[in-house]
Design a binder for this molecule. Structure first.
Ligand SMILES: Cc1cc2nc3c(=O)[nH]c(=O)nc-3n(C[C@H](O)[C@H](O)[C@H](O)COP(=O)(O)O)c2cc1C
Length: 354
């Protein structure tokens, strides 16, 4: 059995037991990006160290209409590192992926956009450019959120990508570089629109806030007012109800769910239900444990490092009685079978058979 077919088999065997969809649906390919996002508005955010192929498949199985790769260095793609390509290429049966690139050199973006377009073919849904990352290792080189202070270079980067791919090119920004600085998001987004961006994702925090403090959804609304391209809101979407509320209150076309999806792949389908005026379906302990098993098996099927299952156990075991003690137990698991056995023990103790 190839590793690819085994990821498909894991979903076939395990997704429905977790109340998830074993069949992953592609992001619509026909129509404008605005129309496609507005009918499919709940998407999974890029998260470095988290949004690998297994994580994205879980999100898609839970109802995410699209999922982003971790941010990928254009310099890394230039040097052709296998590890960098691993971040980009989806595993079967992942239908498609939004690839997020970071860097500062327009020529490297040109090359990266062309390479990713050629290598992924119709599995590439869009290319997003990271202009939001606050990490000093990145911003020191003029990459990520440093581009908020260099709109000319940022526009050149957008233009470089647009000229070398057929898929939509989008950007992800923050409200400003530093807290206390004037907000740049609306003017900056307008400049990116003029440079050819097809959508802009707005994380309502300054870069210096990193991931702390409250996100300001007002900045999402202000960008909506400033541009004609679709706006994707991000920041403090902790629940399905938050996602539906952000969509309605900001006028954004779509909403990105990031940390709210930790151990909660159902959040996407529930956001859609609430948005449609239906009731959300809360997962039982047994469903959570079944999802944990499915996710761990997908890690194995995609040859991801098993150490990643540790953070997963922290997330999926929320709500299990004596969670701290069981998480501690999970820290000692090494193999897939050990994780599956732990889940079975927990299901026997606390599960509801659902
Ligand atoms: C662990 C982690 C990694 C992240 N990595 C990226 C990234 O690679 N690219 C990006 O644009 N944003 C990244 N983000 C930001 C998220 O996409 C999102 O905008 C942010 O977390 C705000 O949403 P939240 O408050 O609902 O989590 C990351 C966030 C987290 C928590």
């Amino acid at each position: 059995m190839t590793p690819e077919s085994s990821a498909a088999k894991v979903l076939q065997d395990a997704a429905s037991l977790a109340g998830l969809d074993a069949k992953l649906t592609a992001f619509p390919r026909e129509g404008s990006l605005a129309a496609r996002l507005s009918t499919h508005p709940f998407i999974m955010a890029p998260m470095a160290g988290v949004s690998d192929s297994a994580y994205r498949m879980m999100a898609r199985a839970g109802g995410a209409s699209l999922a982003y790769s971790e941010m990928v260095s254009v310099a890394g793609l230039h040097y052709g590192g296998a590890k960098t390509w691993e971040l980009v290429v989806p595993h079967e049966p992942e239908p498609d992926v939004a690839v997020q690139l970071f860097g500062a050199n327009p020529e490297q973006f040109e090359e990266a956009a062309a390479l990713v377009t050629e290598r992924l073919g119709d599995r590439l849904a869009l290319i997003d450019i990271n202009m939001a990352c606050p990490v000093p290792k990145v911003t020191r080189k003029g990459e990520g959120s440093a581009l908020l202070e260099d709109p000319k270079r940022a526009a050149d980067i957008v233009g470089a990508c647009v000229g070398h791919t057929e898929v939509p090119v989008t950007v992800k920004i923050r409200s400003a570089r530093r807290t206390g600085d004037p907000e740049v998001a609306a003017d900056f987004a307008r400049a990116m629109e003029q440079a050819g961006a097809s959508a802009v994702a707005v994380h309502g925090r300054t870069a210096s806030q990193m991931y702390r403090g409250e996100a300001d959804w007002g900045v999402v609304s202000r960008v909506v007012d400033a541009v004609d391209i679709p706006v994707i809101g991000s920041g403090d979407v902790k629940s399905a109800a938050d996602a539906a509320r952000m969509l309605e209150s900001t006028g954004a076309t779509a909403v990105m769910i990031a940390r709210g999806s930790y151990g909660n792949p159902w959040i996407f389908g529930n956001a859609q239900r609430i948005h449609a005026g239906e009731r959300a379906v809360e997962p039982s302990v047994s469903l959570r444990l079944a999802a944990f098993c499915c996710h761990v098996r997908l890690l194995e099927a995609t040859q991801a490092h098993m150490a990643k299952a540790r953070s997963l156990s922290g997330w999926y075991l929320r709500g299990v009685p004596n969670a701290a003690q069981w998480r501690e137990r999970a820290m000692h698991c090494k193999t897939v079978d050990e994780y599956l056995e732990l889940a079975q023990t927990l299901d026997g103790l606390y599960g509801d058979g659902l």
